[in-house]
Design a protein around this ligand. Sequence first.
Ligand SMILES: C[S@@+](CC[C@H](N)C(=O)[O-])C[C@H]1O[C@@H](n2cnc3c(N)ncnc32)[C@H](O)[C@@H]1O
Length: 264
Amino acid sequence: MRVVDLDRDMSDVIPTGLTPDSEFLFDQMTEITLNATQAGPGTRVLDVASGVGQDSLSLAERGATVVGAEPSHRMTGMAQLFAEDREGPMPFWVRGWADRLPFDTGSFDACICKGAMDHFDAPDRAIAEMARVTREGGRVVLAIANFESLACRVGRAVDDFRQDTLGWGPVRERRGYDAPSDHFTRYEIDLIRDQASASLKIESVEGVSMGWGMPGWSKTMARLPESASGRAVRWMGRLGRQWPQLSDVIVVVGSPLRSSRTSA
Ligand SMILES: C[S@@+](CC[C@H](N)C(=O)[O-])C[C@H]1O[C@@H](n2cnc3c(N)ncnc32)[C@H](O)[C@@H]1O
């Protein structure tokens, strides 16, 4: 039985006041994911689990024909509200589950799925569907939080030391290295690579940002002068690219592997 909230409203997880490390992470994740689609005039792009639609809108601004597919009425309603005062070509909003996309095989030049696969109850089927609806030679771009990042490892080590050695409680009640209750999957680099390679020929695996959520990191970045925090987060970003297994977010780009089932 599938238990999913069709009125899902994730406005509580959309950051409002951003610290320099959060701003860097969200900006970089968005830029790298959207650039990887190679969206432009004449291209067709599908945004799977489009949420409040900000990426669909950005892709449409680049001139692509964009479809935002999302099961939650409430999220799509918010997307339509955000889009109201925008000018230019709009995305098409479609209601759809990632593991059963309502499109023909090879309908899109590119497909993105950003920050959502850990919410899916059948992510491997979802990747297979994204590969199916993307044309041969097209690109599927998956961006996902890494629960074995440096920040998660440091956070866990600090809590273990506090609890096991000092007998104290964890630094924070919400432990960033534990997947939240609305996540089905706790991703790390080997898992996303394995799941993706069942349906995609992987072209790149890129790490985005490092240190986000590490105990004390955000507060320190917020206190530093802007030029110093900017240098620090960019430097950690370079480390994230160097060691994607320790980065905050992993972006996988691949082209569809065709099987007799998925051939157009
Ligand atoms: C954290 S939001 C990410 C939204 C957007 N991609 C972004 O980057 O802001 C996760 C989204 O996944 C959607 N979702 C959850 N389960 C899904 C499924 N099985 N198929 C498609 N979308 C799903 C939720 O409704 C929600 O809008």
